[in-house]
Design a protein around this ligand. Structure first.
Ligand code: GRF
Length: 194
């Protein structure tokens, strides 16, 4: 069973999809903890599923480095095989990324390398793009630059609002994330056997 720590900052609908999937005994991953940089509404999903939560707020630390060290300690405490950034809206310093290399993934609401950063949906609309999508990728030291694992594309509707488009993206994102983690778990198991 793959142990997964999920980090969120928002409503946690991707987290909820993972929690629901892992209710199935055949699903090969288990969410062992959920962390956030604030009292995010999505933490309630973890509480309902009896999953441990932790909050590490940057404002309480004298430096970004000190904050990230504490966040990493909380993550490592759960000894995860995989750490998933599912709407975690902070940039993580290089040491954090290096400590989790190969087991830190992010889901991003655009077809990377297009529209990196925190406003990917808004930026795609502003650029007049006609298609966009979802990318799940490994995290490296850059912002949304790590190796791409999987992408899924969708057409932008005429006059579509940022909210409506993001909701349609998130529908795809949730199932893609559930599937990607399942595949990651299966691969890890095969590697362990080999
Ligand atoms: C997702 O679209 C994620 O890619 C982006 O923020 C959104 C988080 O949604 N960075 P939720 O909190 O999982 O509902």
């Amino acid at each position: 069973m793959l142990s997964v720590v999920v980090l969120i900052s928002g409503s946690g609908s991707n987290l909820l999809a993972l929690l629901k999937a892992s209710e199935n005994p055949l699903y090969p991953a288990k969410i062992v903890a959920v962390g956030s940089d604030k009292d995010a509404p999505g933490l309630e999903h973890a509480e309902l599923y009896d999953v441990d939560t932790f909050i590490v707020e940057p404002e309480r630390f004298s430096s970004k480095q000190a904050w990230a060290e504490k966040l990493l300690a909380n993550v490592q405490h759960h000894q995860p095989d995989l750490v998933v950034l599912a709407g975690f809206m902070r940039i993580l310093p290089a040491d954090f990324v290096a400590a989790l290399r190969g087991k830190l993934i992010n889901t991003h609401p655009s077809l990377l390398p297009d529209f990196k950063g925190a406003h990917a949906v808004r930026d795609a609309l502003a650029a007049g793009a006609t298609t966009t999508g979802v990318t799940i990728h490994f995290v490296d030291e850059g912002v949304d630059t790590g190796e791409i694992i999987v992408q899924s594309k969708l057409d932008i509707l005429p006059q579509e609002s940022e909210h409506a488009l993001h909701e349609r993206i998130k529908e795809i994102e949730r199932s893609l994330l559930v599937r990607t983690i399942e595949e990651f778990a299966i691969k890890q198991k095969d590697l362990a056997k080999a």
